[in-house]
Design a protein around this ligand. Sequence first.
Ligand code: SF4
Length: 406
Amino acid sequence: MFERRRTRQIHVGKVAVGGDAPITVQSMTTTKTADVEGTLQQIYALAAAGCDIVRGTCNEAEAAEGLAQIVPRSPLPVIADLHHQDKMALAAMEAGVHGLRLNPGNIRRPEHIKAVAAEAKDRGLPIRIGVNGGSLDPALYEKWGGITPEAMVESAQQEIAYFDEVGFDQIKISVKASSVPLMVEAYRQLSEVTDHPLHLGVTEAGPPPAGLVKATAGIGALLLEGIGDTIRYSLTADPVEEARAGRQLLEALGLRERKNIDLIACPSCGRAEIDVIEVANRAMDAFGEREIPLQVAVMGCVVNGPGEAREADLGIAAGNKRGHLFVKGRNVAVVPEPEMVDALVEWAEYIHEHGVDAAIARADTRLAEREAARDRSILLDDQGADANHAAEKIVEIRRVAGGRRQ
Ligand code: SF4
């Protein structure tokens, strides 16, 4: 339909960005990152709404400590959003994030920028250079007489030059502004001077519907010109609305489609009771090409699985050699572990034909919830409260975050 501009490809966790990879949808959590359970709940809701990559703020040591617990349990790759402190970048990497976002207007000292890039290079992590019109370096503001496309592009190029000095090239770039014409022109100019993948967005677009219109105008215009590898709607709204809008825009432009099962699986962590990858692969095979446009979750444990994936239409979580089926977060049935995949397919077909409410109505939810609670407490007794050894990472984060000052 329209030719996509060729960019290099990087990876954020398992998600490819740039090159011939599908254009991805991003969003940002609005919870305090230190609120591990609340943030994970939001991440699962975002995944259910079509989000591919999530970003969380890492503005203080407690946030980095939260990330150490969130990352192993997140179904989406997690990017840490950095503010003014370079040491938070180091703490976030210690926490195990899949990428960083740096704002050149905030972390300005070249030695700090290079130190972060060198560490990211050692760890094989990508960084987004997130230029923002509102926080442009005052020197560039002065040079260009305000926030102009040229000033924003030069800000990105300065940062790339610092990264080049330490041989770091796992980069994606954004040049966001709240003015649609300004951001469109900035991205156009940027796409002429770099082949790094571009992250599109209209910053501070505001609440819907005006915010949706602005973001769609800016992002849509650029996508139609073949510019852009990943997108984010920045709305003053529940981030689920951002993810949904991003997904819908890509589907409307014919850039993404969902006809079949959208299978999500937890990444597996110290709590996993099954080989999640193996069960997820078997489920993918079992669903095959069936045209069932539902979201189905395979979760490694009943301790957190049903809650984390409560936005999925249907899911199954392992626990105590049994599979606990849940529909929209409600426990509906328990099956022996070897029957997990068959049960998933059978329930998916039922929901597809009769709907979620009918599926819940046919279940003995009280019995299923009681059994799930039983297996959950058996697992907690066996594994303890810190199955992911986050406490050890937190000790290291405190050492890193409490050290060097900017
Ligand atoms: S095993 Fe449990 S806690 Fe770990 S990521 Fe999977 S569902 Fe979450």
